[in-house]
Design a protein around this ligand. Structure first.
Ligand code: HEC
Length: 157
């Protein structure tokens, strides 16, 4: 009898471990947080078919890029993806001091971390942000940003 209880407990522990390991692979919390979108400067728009992307960041980041200086820690860059006039998702990059150390060198995008937020502000648990990093890595000479030149050319009103 005692042995049977132990067996069930063991099976439960194995089940729980599988669940936790599975969650680490899929839901991937990162340090990147959802910014206050209304406080960011909308510096460029990319449209592709049904998709309209408003791309924004802080005034300080734009000023730094215009001066040829590094983008400061604490900067958010947001890509607000609209479909049918409604927010479909938020793609967020955020930079913090030594955040790159969280990742192995072959995955690292300097001190930027990435996240995909749903319109309700929750994270997309099906995304693994290594994908974001591997694509943005090709822009390592532009601080990992595709729209770096739009930022550099942006004129404040
Ligand atoms: C297949 C390549 C690819 C992947 C994967 C990718 N991106 Fe991007 N990202 C781009 C491109 C290209 C742009 C420029 C805008 C455009 O063309 O839509 C961009 C733009 C951005 C921007 C605006 C700043 C910039 O770089 O211009 C943010 C923020 C962003 N992506 C976040 C993310 C996040 C978060 C993920 C993962 C959930 C992700 N990206 C995955 C290619 C990619």
């Amino acid at each position: 009898m005692k042995k049977m209880v132990g067996g069930i407990g063991g099976a439960m522990i194995v089940g729980l471990t599988v669940l936790l390991v599975g969650m680490q692979v899929h839901a991937e919390p990162t340090r990147a947080t959802m910014p206050d979108i209304d406080r960011l400067v909308h510096y460029t728009t990319v449209t592709r078919g049904e998709v309209t992307e408003h791309i924004m960041t802080t005034r300080e980041a734009i000023e730094a890029v215009r001066r040829g200086e590094p983008i400061p820690n604490g900067t958010h860059v947001a890509l607000v993806d609209y479909r049918g006039g409604k927010v479909f998702r938020y793609f967020i990059m955020e930079k913090g001091e030594n955040w790159g150390e969280d990742y192995a060198e072959n995955r690292r995008t300097a001190d930027w971390q990435f996240q995909w937020f749903k319109p309700d502000g929750s994270i997309n648990e099906a995304e693994n942000t290594a994908r974001c990093q591997s694509c943005h890595m090709s822009r390592s000479d532009r601080d990992f940003l595709y729209t770096f030149n739009d930022m550099r050319r942006f004129e404040f009103e």
